[in-house]
Design a protein around this ligand. Sequence first.
Ligand code: ZN
Ligand code: ZN
Length: 508
Amino acid sequence: MNDNCIRIRGARQNNLKNLDLDIEHGTLTVITGVSGSGKSSLAFDTIYSEGQRRYVETFSPYARQFLDRMDRPAAERIEGIPPAIAIDQTNPVRTSRSTVGTMTELNDHLKLLYARVARLHCHGCGTHVRRDNPESIATTLLSENADETRGVIAFRVPVPDNFSVEEVTTLLERQGYTRISQADDSVLEVVQARLRLGTRNRARLVEALEAALKRGRGMVHVRITDERDGERHQSFSSALHCPSCDFDFHDPIPNLFSFNSPVGACPECRGFGRTMGIDYRLVVPDPSLTLEQGAVKPFRTDSYKGWQRALVRRAEAANIPTNTPWERLKEKDRQWVIEGDGKKGRDSWHGVIRFFAWLESKAYRMHVRVMLSRYRSYEVCRSCDGARLVRDALNWRLGSAADTRQFLQDAAPFVHPDARMSSDDQLKLAGLGIFDLMQLPLDQVHAFFKQIVLPAPLDEATEILLGEIRARLDYLNEVGLGYLTLDRQSRTLSGGEVQRINLTTALG
Ligand SMILES: [Zn+2]
Ligand SMILES: [Zn+2]
């Protein structure tokens, strides 16, 4: 007798007719047959169902009460069955909130990883922003300057509205501060200490920095006098603050990196990455027409010819040519047509924009809804540029400058909507933002995580997280899905792709 098989005797589940069957372990067995012959009854409702049931039996009664009760499949005997997993071929996903990233749970792991170890770069200037403390500032100052360079440690005090500069100066002098200068109209700069920057002086330096940070509400200004370069200024902050742009940042929490969370979702598109709006290419579909000929298509209908008459009349009054083809009108004249003249009153032109706003207010009527739908289209969200996330989330990066060059050179990096950098400068930033990863093919993401060096020492949780991410990416590439991206919408995947992804999570 062969023990190395699943032995089924007298299976009668659904339409099975007292079936006897042996299936060998460790081999690939295919069940074929015409529709309705009982393939699913055998595979899902008998074999898988019995495997699941026995697996659940191994749990304690306490754990079992949280699981659905499973009925024994109709069969005389089923032996040699291992724990089972089943993947069916339906793709039940219809929401655009589900992506390859959410399906594989990689997004869940990535948001945790970014919150733990990503580095913050100011979106304005790209500077690596971190919290400074007296020790870290001292280390920076000592490593960047020659021994015995002269330094002045200072902090700034704002002059409150109801005080004069003299009054505040007197108060500070009473506390022992004697070197006070005016940084600008309402801010005083107060010297905490003047000293030589050198390892010999490190303790004094740390002490001065600590006092200055405290008095300066987390900011310290250092003036360095160098025989060669003259005087230099450097600012440090114990908050997440970019001193050159004067931007404040916050510590990240995992949900900041999730477009399915109200914390992380872009407020404009609510995490969809796209917004629906009026598409003006559909409003003026034939640019060879003049305003008089009805370049604005919705005004050509009988119901809205009043708008057409008003447009031509007001355009003539505003000296905008009504018999020049749309494509030859000046940009500002086209803008006038679409956006209006910005004036109020009976003789003003409110623009095609106003027409659509007025239609929206009538959208309870069926024919208006049909009309609106003809001119609507999805466009990439202007607030997040399609990244789906709040802008704060897009400042955090993982990896090195070499990684940026390797993975983003040809991919065109995602540029932060508030960036004041060119895309060339963007390529000099160290590491990849979370949306960069979302847009890379999985085989590239795989390569990135294989070589990534995270700042040591890693805590245990981060090690586990990284291991989990690598394992899933290994698997996805092994099953040949390396061409997909994490932000690919699940509903656009084929049945075979969905099955292979489901297998990853079943095994992971
Ligand atoms: Zn900055
Ligand atoms: Zn958005």
